[in-house]
Design a protein around this ligand. Structure first.
Ligand SMILES: [Zn+2]
Length: 315
């Protein structure tokens, strides 16, 4: 059986280099006809004392021995922990904000290949209101169809700028894609990734019930604790029909029969489940394992791989 395949989670850059031709090639090999490309706008926010303070506090109290500090901290003194913190602070200030993909850059790629790509921009909602208002206007002018956020540094339901975006998006029928689960580097530490628990999106899902909110990685992703916020993702999607699950980096969510059953139970089928790859290297294999999953009906595979995304994106 042949399927329409739409990848809901593709980054246009590797390090700081655009890899559009590589992406197109991989899409071709994998049988992916369309991809959602994501922008990236981080940075600066760690300088704000209220953010820096909670992160520092969470880091120093966390079980860094088994996570960030590979050799363990049990025999280390506090000053060495402070040293570890300075290293993390440097990472957050410099590396985590490097190689942005601007709204303009993203729109240019999408406009060059409109049949191949849909663009979801990124706006750093931790900047001031003026910045976010201006970027939102730009995103709309450039006709980008959604926004990707990574709520590592903040509680998404308490951020006024994000609320403003949600209000605007609900009217314009745009889509919010939210990173859920742990992340690379220090974001593997559960205490630091706490706001990437989908439960913090509940007030937004409730107040903007016409806004599609897509949970990237279904709350499942973590290198050390796979499935970390999966329960919360299921609960949120069970309660709110505008919440969608996206399986990039975690195809197990639909290819493992036990997990797939939980998804089916939470949302009454697979109507709000989206295929994504995240890492280009996984595109082909992720499509393959979903196609081969024995416990899924052909019609469910078709929905997960592309039909749901087609409907959501209005393609
Ligand atoms: Zn990603």
């Amino acid at each position: 059986m042949s399927y329409l395949v739409i990848d809901f989670h593709v980054h246009p850059k590797r390090s700081s280099k655009l890899i559009i031709n590589e992406i197109l090639e991989e899409m071709d090999i994998s049988g992916v006809s369309h991809s959602v490309l994501l922008g990236k706008d981080f940075g600066g926010s760690i300088k704000r004392p209220e953010i820096k303070n909670w992160i520092k506090d969470a880091f120093l109290k966390s079980d860094v021995a088994s996570h960030y500090w590979p050799n363990g901290v049990s025999s280390r003194s506090f000053s060495q922990l402070e040293e570890a913190w300075r290293e993390l602070e440097y990472y957050l200030k410099e590396r985590a904000s490097s190689s942005p993909t601007s709204l303009k850059e993203l729109a240019e790629i999408v406009n060059t290949h409109p049949d191949k790509f849909t663009g979801f921009g990124s706006i750093n909602v931790l900047q001031d209101e003026e910045y976010v208002t201006e970027k939102l206007r730009e995103l709309n002018t450039l006709q980008l169809k959604g926004l990707k956020i990574w709520p590592f540094l903040f509680n998404p339901s308490e951020n006024e700028n994000l609320r403003m975006v949600c209000e605007d998006f609900e009217k314009r029928r745009k889509i919010l894609l939210v990173h859920t689960g742990c992340g690379p580097g220090p974001w593997e530490i559960p205490e630091l990734a706490k706001y990437c628990n989908p439960k913090y999106l509940e007030p937004l899902a409730k107040d903007f019930n016409d806004l599609p909110i897509v949970l990237a990685h279904s709350g499942y992703y973590s290198r050390d604790n796979p499935g970390i916020f999966f329960k919360d993702a299921l609960e949120l999607s069970r309660k709110h029909e505008n919440v969608w699950l996206e399986v990039s980096a975690v195809p197990d969510v639909v290819t493992d029969p036990i997990l797939a059953d939980k998804v089916k139970d939470a949302i009454g089928g697979f109507d709000r489940v989206l295929f994504g790859s995240d890492y280009l290297e996984y595109m082909q294999i992720t499509v393959h394992v979903i196609k081969k999953a024995r416990h899924l009906k052909d019609e469910d595979k078709a929905k997960i791989l592309g039909l749901n995304a087609k409907q959501l994106l209005g393609l």
